[in-house]
Design a protein around this ligand. Structure first.
Ligand code: ATP
Length: 909
């Protein structure tokens, strides 16, 4: 092969390398190598889920007692009891199965993505679809999706602690071979799956995926992450145990009293156990999980993806939301409006990323090449830039195509950082496009942007052999790095007067809510430079100010927060004046509120910050490390803090916050992993929506706890008082189990679907340590439980007295218990309104559940075949009159007391 031929071939290979795999190749490789996943924990099988439903102490005893009773001859009752237990188990299984699948689906949604170049196009795909040979692109904050060899590196540092235990990030560089024989930590030219890019950018070719990676080899060590239980679930489990003990004691007394009275031992045993099965609210934690999972789904519909279930609960307690400004409170659609260069202030016309527009000086359109400082400024803006502008992909619909053909308007979009996109657009309006720049300059190196440094530099060479450093960043930071200034007269020393003038222009632009960037450069003497010296002794060139309009929905969300007793706080890397102007527009900054800067925070002790944190509404020019200080101070003040973050350095603060919130669009993998909630649309209003849902879910949980416990107290009390009064048993075991099946299941779950009460965002946040029974809920439960019990007993006693027929009295007591509970379920819809005030029909699931339960009751009462099984008799018109009359006393009494209570509270105020 001739030298020429081999050069050509190597050029072609190089080009192919930078195009990445084709989609076709990737597909074939995916078939060959399989998904890029680490074999995970086995999913719980459907069979074991079903088996689990019977794995309850009380149910087991019930089944055992039923078996004995069947053996003794009462097979019909035994079969019925077993059928009820099975139906109950099926319902439990359906709930659990749905919850499990919902949570699984959410995990899939939150699955990581990776950036690859395929067919020459940069795209984001699920990390599990990465195959060997893929060309991946890595940036700070990314989790490396597979083991890969580096082919292009810009100041890359990687945290490999997951693999090596070494906590400090390691620098990476290109190597000719990937360090054969050496340990993981020694291989400089390779990045490993699971490690995190802490700084810089790189491109790498994947050589191992899935279980073939280093991570795959140690998979067992890292995959045992348990599903977390929420604090409420833990508390309810504890509560369930206490109630269970109480119930068992009462059930034992009921059984014992019956035996002493001469009833059959086995009958009494079955009675006691059935009562225990019905009364012990063993389903409570399960229904809480169902309702949390439902809440998670509802939040997802509002663009909030919950990663950790406890967050759903904590959201309802949030009292402060610390939010980034750019992109969360604002649209992150930047347009350069003002340019300062060579002592002139230029206006820039045009909107968004459309290239149409012009640069004006004193209201006259100018040619940028006529002003040397302006031209240099635009060149720096174009070169020190990683964004790309392109035409938007053609519309899909036929009509859309016609519309865009008729309007003949080109639409543009940017790929990359919107700030940089806006700079590219401004440069293009001045006639300096990326294509033109690429004909003059080529990039040799980059010192990437990060929120701590607040600036970025590139080293560019030109074809004349000259080398330049082009830098852009926060104006104050840039000015500190400059010793000269580029003016229309040439390069001069940057004296105090010039500095003052620049800062004044910066303040004026910031006062108009513009985000301002400074630009500087220097010429290098040689291409052998020290990276540490690159950003020293620069020449200041100018400023650009861009608008980033506040999101419309943010203003409304801020107002909602205020009414809901939640304090919104803006945290931004932007200038104090810009931040304050936007915060004022959004009503975040009120008259008595303070603005603090990162520099002021540096000077401040922790205790000082704690003293004033409650009054600060805006933190400006802060670094990610300040966010951690702020979260800690607010937490010390007793706040429940939601904190947003996107960059890799935000992860500690996001983790420390009570509710860590990461950005779905701009967030890095690391921050997403540290967060408990991801905003799919990066929008502040979504946090507020999630808080609203959090409150609704908690309220709904209180609703069904209230319902279930009051019903259970009613059931136990009926039996207990009946025994104490020496009456025959008011209910038989299968009747008790039937009531349990009919009332506890469907209506309780349906309460979990209850729509929000109108005033849910008009109340103060609840305290995080507040008991689930706070605000008088326990009193309500006991009061209504006792009323249900007394009503049932009253119906039983009166019908026994008037008819002398135990079966009729029992059937009526059975019906009363169901009816009172089905009435009570509507009372549980609100803690502030009585049954005559609540909107009865706004939850169709509840209406359906109540209808279903009513039909089930009527079937047992009136179908002759079931009558013989459930020992019921047909009730007469008069019986029903007695049942309905006595059942309606409870709601009337409780409404009366609620109204009295409210009246007294008002007059006390
Ligand atoms: P937020 O409000 O979400 O904190 P921010 O964009 O204001 O976002 P940073 O991203 O930390 O905060 O930016 C801080 C400052 O750094 C900005 O005010 C700007 O002056 C400068 N800056 C932002 N992006 C770039 C960039 N791509 N290159 C150079 N400097 C930048």
């Amino acid at each position: 092969m001739s030298v020429m031929e081999s050069k050509l071939r190597s050029n072609r290979n190089e080009k192919k390398l930078h195009m990445g795999l084709s989609e076709k190749e990737a597909k074939l490789k995916l078939q060959k190598h399989g998904l890029n996943t680490i074999a995970g924990k086995k999913k719980v099988s459907v069979f074991s889920m079903i088996l689990d439903q019977f794995n309850d102490f009380m149910v087991m005893i019930l089944l055992a007692a039923t078996a004995v009773s069947a053996f003794m001859g009462d097979t019909t009752e035994a079969v019925t009891i077993i059928s009820i237990v099975i139906v109950n188990a099926i319902m439990g299984f359906i709930q659990e199965f749905r919850t499990e699948r919902t949570l699984e689906a959410l995990k899939d949604l939150a699955a990581p993505t990776a950036r690859v170049i395929r067919d020459g196009v940069l795209c984001s795909i699920p990390a599990e679809e990465i195959v060997p040979g893929d060309l991946i692109v890595l940036e700070s904050g990314d989790r490396v999706p597979a083991d890969a060899t580096l082919i292009e590196v810009n100041g890359l540092q990687v945290d490999e602690s997951l693999l090596t235990g070494e906590s400090l990030p390691v620098e990476k560089e290109i190597e000719s071979s990937h360090g054969k024989g050496s340990g993981i930590g020694d291989k400089k030219g390779v990045v490993y799956m699971g490690s995190v890019v802490t700084m810089g950018r790189a491109k790498a070719i994947v050589y191992a995926t899935g279980m073939d990676t280093e991570m795959g080899r140690i998979a067992d060590m890292i995959q045992n992450i348990e599903d977390e239980e929420t604090p409420l679930q833990k508390r309810l489990e504890h509560l369930g145990k206490i109630i269970a003990v109480g119930c068992l004691v009462i059930c034992a007394i009921v059984s014992l009293a019956g035996i002493l009275r001469g009833e059959e031992l086995l009958d009494m045993l079955l009675e006691g156990i059935s009562l225990a099965v019905a009364a012990v609210p063993e389903g409570l934690p399960a229904i809480v999980t169902v309702s949390l999972a439902l809440g998670v789904q509802r939040m997802l519909k509002r663009n909030a993806l919950i990663r950790k279930l406890p967050a759903v609960e904590t959201l309802g307690c949030a009292s402060v939301i610390c939010s980034d400004k750019t992109g969360t409170l604002t649209e992150n659609k930047m347009t350069v409006r003002k340019i300062f260069a060579g002592d002139n202030i230029f206006d820039v016309k045009g909107n968004g990323y459309d290239l149409q527009g012009a640069i004006l000086l004193n209201n006259r359109e100018i040619d940028a090449s006529g002003s040397k400082p302006l031209k240099l400024l635009l060149e720096i803006a174009g070169c020190c830039n990683n964004a790309e502008i392109s035409r938007t992909s053609p519309e899909k619909g036929f009509l859309d195509k016609i519309k865009s053909a008729v309007s003949k308007q080109e639409k543009w979009e940017i790929k990359g950082d919107p700030t940089e996109g806006a700079l590219l657009v401004a440069a293009a309006k001045g006639g300096i496009t990326k294509e033109i720049l690429e004909k003059t300059y080529f990039r040799m190196d980059e010192l990437p942007f990060d929120s701590d440094r607040k600036c970025m530099s590139v080293i560019c060479g030109n074809f004349k052999g000259e080398t330049f450093v082009f830098t852009k960043g926060a104006p104050d930071i840039i000015l500190d790095k400059c010793s000269k200034i580029h003016t229309s007269r040439g390069t001069e020393d940057l004296n105090a007067f010039a500095k003052k003038r620049i800062l004044k222009v910066n303040d004026n632009m910031a006062g108009e809510a513009l985000r301002v960037l400074g630009f500087a450069y220097k010429k290098l003497d040689s291409r052998n430079y020290k990276r540490d010296d690159l950003e020293k002794n620069l020449t200041f060139v100018g400023l650009m100010g861009m608008i980033d309009p506040p999101r419309k929905e943010a203003l409304e969300a801020v107002q909602k927060c205020r009414i809901a007793g939640i304090k919104p706080v803006m945290i931004t890397g932007d200038h104090k004046v810009t931040a304050a102007a936007i915060a004022r527009e959004l009503s975040i900054l009120g008259s008595g509120d303070k603005v603090l800067t990162g520099a002021e925070l540096d000077e401040m002790s922790e205790s000082k910050l704690e003293k004033i944190a409650g009054e600060v509404s805006v933190y400006a020019r802060v670094s990610p490390k300040h966010k951690l200080m702020i979260v800690r101070a607010l937490k010390k003040l007793g706040h429940i803090v939601a904190m947003t973050g996107d960059g890799v350095n935000d992860a500690p603060a996001v983790k420390e916050a009570d509710i860590g919130v990461s950005m779905g669009i701009t967030g890095t993998d690391v921050t997403k992993e540290a967060s408990s909630m991801i905003l799919l649309d990066d929008n502040f209003a979504t946090i507020v929506a999630a808080i609203e849902e959090g409150r609704v879910i908690y309220n709904n949980i209180r609703k069904f706890i209230r319902y279930m416990l009051a019903c259970n107290i009613g059931e136990v009390l009926t039996m207990f008082l009946g025994t104490l009064l020496g009456l025959p048993l008011p209910l038989l075991p299968i009747q008790i189990l039937w009531v349990n099946l009919v009332t506890d299941g469907l209506p309780a779950i349906a309460l979990g679907f209850d729509p929000p009460e109108k005033d849910v965002m008009m109340r103060k946040p609840r305290g995080a340590k507040e008991s689930i029974f706070s605000d008088g809920l326990l009193g309500l439960i006991l009061f209504r439980g006792i009323l249900i019990g007394l009503t049932t007993l009253a119906v039983f006693a009166s019908l026994l007295y008037f008819t002398g027929n135990t079966d009729t009295a029992r059937t009526a007591a059975f019906a009363t218990l169901v009816v009172t509970q089905l009435i009570h379920v509507f009372e549980c819809k609100s803690e502030r309104k009585n049954i005559f005030e609540v909107p009865i029909f706004n939850n169709l699931y509840l209406i359906g559940a109540v209808l279903c339960s009513t039909v089930m009751l009527l079937i047992v009462l009136y179908v002759p075949f079931l009558q013989s099984i459930f020992k019921t008799v047909t009730l007469t018109y008069n019986d029903w009159l007695c049942i309905m009359g006595l059942s309606s006393i409870g709601p009337v009494i409780s409404s009366f007391f609620r109204r009295e209570g409210k009246r007294r509270n008002k007059s006390r105020r």
